[in-house]
Design a protein around this ligand. Structure first.
Ligand SMILES: NC(=O)c1ccc[n+]([C@@H]2O[C@H](COP(=O)([O-])OP(=O)(O)OC[C@H]3O[C@@H](n4cnc5c(N)ncnc54)[C@H](OP(=O)(O)O)[C@@H]3O)[C@@H](O)[C@H]2O)c1
Length: 216
């Protein structure tokens, strides 16, 4: 699978890139700055022992089979406004969580209800948006060979797209849990606000979530 990670120079995108490169996928790091993308790609290639590409966000989206949004919520509109054609028909994974740090309300979703639904609105109905990976901390992803103690909760409208994302999660040892339509992305993103608060209160970097009662 060719996976383009927009904002892949950041902590979450780079962590996903390492895991997927180690699993044998072709990774392209996207950035607003091509030089920054290339530098991060070289760093990840060194860690994963496999070639990794670095391009602009637009080129990464156009070249990829699967596009991953790993940038702050505040950057979605400016980034995705020009990527409708590049993402048409593709699986688009939104890891984005609309959090506002600074003392006020932590979870600050957009008018659409969630960042994933905002992404869907910006990219149009032909992008196959799946919300996922919000609860998998960058810190957990970046520790090589370390098992991640968290379920992969995901939601979206397209069953085949969700299956593809579930397989990308299983490939890094996560148990996928399908939580239905993209309208559940707001609750999923909101759980990250809870985990961030738990991390702060208990001085952790890696609290996660697991669903009980599922058949084994
Ligand atoms: N960190 C975690 O543990 C974690 C866990 C789950 C979900 N998430 C979510 O994953 C996303 C990325 O998290 P992160 O911690 O990796 O964030 P980050 O390091 O702050 O940002 C990721 C990348 O986004 C790009 N970026 C920054 N501001 C931007 C803007 N205004 N417009 C477009 N691009 C911008 C930057 O890349 P360039 O400057 O190279 O373009 C940056 O390296 C966030 O939505 C976060 O809520 C994070």
């Amino acid at each position: 699978m060719r996976i383009g990670i927009l904002g892949g120079t950041g902590k979450e995108g780079a962590g996903l890139a390492i895991r997927w490169a180690e699993a044998g996928h072709d990774i392209i790091i996207g950035s607003r700055d091509t030089e920054r993308a290339r530098a991060k790609a070289a760093e990840i290639a060194g860690q994963a022992g496999r070639a990794v590409g670095g391009m602009s966000n637009r080129e990464a989206a156009a070249a990829a089979d699967v596009v991953v949004l790993a940038l702050p919520a505040a950057g979605l509109a400016a980034t995705l406004g020009e990527l409708k054609d590049a993402c048409r028909g593709k699986v688009v994974i939104s890891t984005v969580v609309p959090l506002s740090f600074g003392g006020g309300r932590l979870f600050t979703p957009p008018a659409q209800g969630s960042s994933a639904e905002e992404a869907q609105a910006l990219l149009g109905p032909e992008a196959r948006v799946v919300a996922a990976f919000h609860h998998i901390a960058a810190h957990e992803l970046s520790v090589a060979g370390h098992d991640i103690d968290c379920d992969l909760l995901l939601c979206g409208a397209d069953a085949d797209a969700k299956k593809a994302v579930a397989e990308l999660g299983s490939g890094m040892g996560l148990r996928p849990v399908d939580v239905g339509a993209l309208t559940n992305a707001g609750p999923l993103e909101g759980i990250t606000a809870v985990l961030a608060t738990i991390n702060r209160r208990y001085k952790l970097k890696n609290s996660g979530i697991k669903i009980t009662g599922l058949p084994t």
